[in-house]
Design a protein. Structure first.
Length: 133
C-alpha cells in the first residue's frame, strides 16, 4: 500500500477555504441587508409594522446578497437555491409560533438570524467538496 501526503494537504487547505467561504457568504448576506433595506423602506414605508413581511423581506435581502456572491464565485443554481432555502427556513419554522402568540416579533427576528447560521452551515456541509475546494 502506497502512502501519500496528498489527502492531509488537501484537507488542511479545505478547512480554511470552507471557513473563509462561510465568512464571505455571511458578509454578502449582511451587505444584502444593508443595501436593500433602504429600497424596501422607500417602496414599503410601513413594512416594519408587519412582522411577518419584515421577516420574509429580511430573508430575501440576505438571500439576494448571498446569491449574488455565490454566482460571482461560480456556484451552480442548485447550490444557490439550497442556500436561499436555508435563509428562509428559520423564519418559516418560527412564523407559526409568532402567529399563535407563543413568541414575540423580536424573538422571531432574533431566532431567524441566529438559526440562519447553522442552516447555512448545514447546506454547506451537504456540499463539502464544493465549499471546501
Amino acid at each position: 500500500m502506497r502512502h501519500t501526503t496528498e489527502e492531509p494537504k488537501t484537507r488542511n487547505r479545505a478547512v480554511p477555504h470552507f471557513v473563509r467561504h462561510a465568512v464571505e457568504m455571511v458578509l454578502a448576506m449582511v451587505a444584502g441587508m444593508i443595501v436593500l433595506e433602504p429600497v424596501w423602506s422607500f417602496v414599503w414605508p410601513d413594512l416594519a409594522k408587519n412582522v411577518t413581511a419584515s421577516a420574509l423581506v429580511m430573508a430575501t435581502n440576505m438571500s439576494l446578497g448571498m446569491a449574488l456572491w455565490m454566482r460571482i464565485r461560480r456556484h451552480g443554481w442548485a447550490s444557490i437555491a439550497e442556500m436561499s432555502a436555508a435563509m428562509y427556513l428559520p423564519y418559516v419554522l418560527f412564523l407559526p409560533f409568532f402567529w399563535t402568540g407563543l413568541v414575540s416579533g423580536m424573538t422571531l427576528m432574533t431566532a431567524g438570524h441566529v438559526l440562519m447560521v447553522p442552516a447555512m452551515l448545514a447546506a454547506m456541509f451537504r456540499r463539502r467538496a464544493e465549499y471546501g475546494a
